[in-house]
Write a protein that binds this ligand. Structure first.
Ligand code: NAD
Length: 484
């Protein structure tokens, strides 16, 4: 297997908020990895733009420290750190004022792909967009990248879309959901639409249910104040879990092109049924011996914000009528894991008798840790002693199948930034998708607010509140174990 890294065109990338946490942890180390892989051209230029008073040299130091802190092994194996740092520059810029803008404009070059990463709070999007135009920095083929949170309800998402649309066309706006940048998520599409094997079974006739779990072991930590205004539904379900659900449930697009894929995802969101109150479970983690409770971390002793959320929904269309979809996400859980499981129905009749047990095929798509796809199949347990059946995984894990020479799997951010440079929007959310997701989410949140629901406490390090288990048990089903 020969690794195939296709270099992108030369570009100028401006990172607004280039000194922020996201830039330090994800964007800049990710760009360095693409540089090491030979995908980022040496004459590309990255400009940090933020409030801090730094010059180019100061920013290079800052980025060097970030790379050492967040990807310390890389510089030991890739000798190109100095060359990478030479592509960097910095302009002290005030998004709300005039400082820095003429300098920034003067440093952009003609004839390159031009991208602006808005790694700042959404309150600054309008200010930055307006100034980019006023200073003549945003030609028709330039791109902007925006981060979550994309609104906190339908109304604010619409306002944000409208603000961006004043200055940029939809084909210039790249709304990042880093879950879509994961290798396995794209592999899911390859498995579904590149094989004859699965698609005929991919419907309510053969699929018993689908469950999606995103479990974190961390609590809200230092972000308690921010998180308390958001909660698991807004922070995780409306965006990340929704995107995964779309990819698993969508119809085959006619082409693997941005609008064909996003049209199909939008249809899924629009076909989602409203969620009944008794199909919603919200939780808050309790204190453990070592750590405080959610309410301690949020510094809000009466907080009703959920750090855990489970729900059951349906996609109302021909393909999925009758197949429930269960979503679950939480903080301070037993293990850090993200998985989509497609659980197939029992065989209609067991020829092996009751002692062989009932076995089910499960297609498991793991996003973390150990990204990969496995299909559980039932076989005979080897050896004498009759027909005993066991489930074994057929492993479709990318790295194992393609061997050690396969290119190292890029992190989601790296891949998505390279897609921005290539001008490929397939793995980015379109404005109408985001709004449709809020249109489904809003009544759920409004419902529990109107009822005054209080989240159930759950033990830190557990699988969430008991009620979440009951959500499945009542239907004669069970969640897959949360394990690392
Ligand atoms: P941060 O607070 O660490 O950094 C904010 C950056 O914006 C800093 O560089 C700061 O100098 C700059 N900034 C603030 N006000 C400015 C102004 N008036 N003019 C110019 N620059 C200004 O924030 P962050 O954690 O890096 O997050 C950035 C965005 O990304 C936010 O919208 C956040 O919600 C989103 N996001 C962050 C993460 C993460 O892991 N940190 C993950 C997903 C989404």
């Amino acid at each position: 297997m020969v690794s195939r890294v296709i270099p992108v065109e030369s570009f100028d990338l401006v990172i607004f908020g280039g000194t922020g946490d996201l830039a330090r942890r994800k964007i800049l180390p990710g760009l360095f990895r693409r540089f090491c892989a030979g995908q980022m051209p040496e004459d590309a230029r990255i400009l940090g733009a933020a409030r801090a008073e730094l010059d180019d040299e100061g920013y290079r130091e800052f980025v060097r420290d970030a790379i050492v802190e967040f990807d310390g092994e890389r510089p030991k194996t890739c000798p190109k750190l100095a060359e990478f740092l030479a592509t960097l520059g910095y302009v002290t810029t005030d998004a709300r004022g005039e400082a820095g803008w003429p300098d920034l404009a003067a440093r952009l070059r003609e004839g390159r792909v031009r991208a602006f990463y808005f790694s700042v709070g959404p309150g600054l999007f309008g200010d930055i967009a307006e100034r980019l135009h006023r200073h003549g920095m945003a030609p028709r083929d330039s791109r902007i990248v925006v981060e979550k949170p994309f609104g906190r309800d339908l109304e604010t998402a619409r306002q944000l879309n409208a603000t961006l649309a004043e200055h940029f066309k939809e084909d210039q706006i790249y709304r990042i959901d880093h879950y879509l940048g994961k290798e396995t998520v794209q592999n899911l599409m390859a498995v579904r639409f590149g094989n004859m094997l699965f698609e005929p079974l991919w419907n309510s006739q053969y699929v018993d249910h689908i469950q999606i779990t995103v479990a974190e072991t961390v609590g809200v930590g230092g972000r308690g104040g921010y998180y308390d205004k958001s909660g698991a539904m807004r922070d995780m379900v409306q965006n990340h879990l929704m995107q995964l659900l779309c990819l698993i449930a969508m119809e085959p697009p006619a082409k693997f092109d941005p609008d064909a894929v996003r049209d199909e995802k939008l249809k899924v969101i629009r076909a989602l049924e409203p969620v009944e109150p008794h199909h919603i479970v919200r939780g808050q983690y309790d204190a453990s011996e070592e750590e405080g409770s959610y309410r301690d971390h949020a510094e809000n002793p009466t907080s009703k914000t959920e750090s855990f959320m489970a729900l059951k929904t349906h996609v109302s269309n021909w393909r999925w009528a009758g197949t429930p979809i269960y979503l679950r996400t939480g903080k301070r859980m037993k293990a850090r894991t993200s998985e989509i499981a497609v659980v197939f129905k029992d065989t209609p009749h067991s020829i092996f008798g009751p002692e062989a047990g009932q076995h089910r095929n499960v297609l498991s798509i793991r996003l973390q840790p150990n990204e990969g796809i496995t299909l559980g199949v039932t076989i005979k347990e080897p050896g004498p002693g009759g027909m005993r059946l066991v489930d074994v995984p057929l492993d479709m894990t990318f790295a194992d199948a393609l061997g050690p020479e396969a290119e190292e799997v890029p992190d989601a951010y790296e891949r998505l930034i390279m897609d921005v440079i290539r001008g490929n929007q397939t793995l980015f959310m379109r404005g109408d998708e985001v709004e449709a997701a809020w249109a489904w989410t809003d009544p759920i949140i409004q419902g529990w607010e109107a009822r005054g629901d209080v989240p159930k406490l759950y033990d830190s390090g557990s699988s969430g509140p008991e009620d979440a288990l009951m959500l499945m048990h009542r239907d004669g089903r069970k969640w897959r174990e949360i394990k690392a």
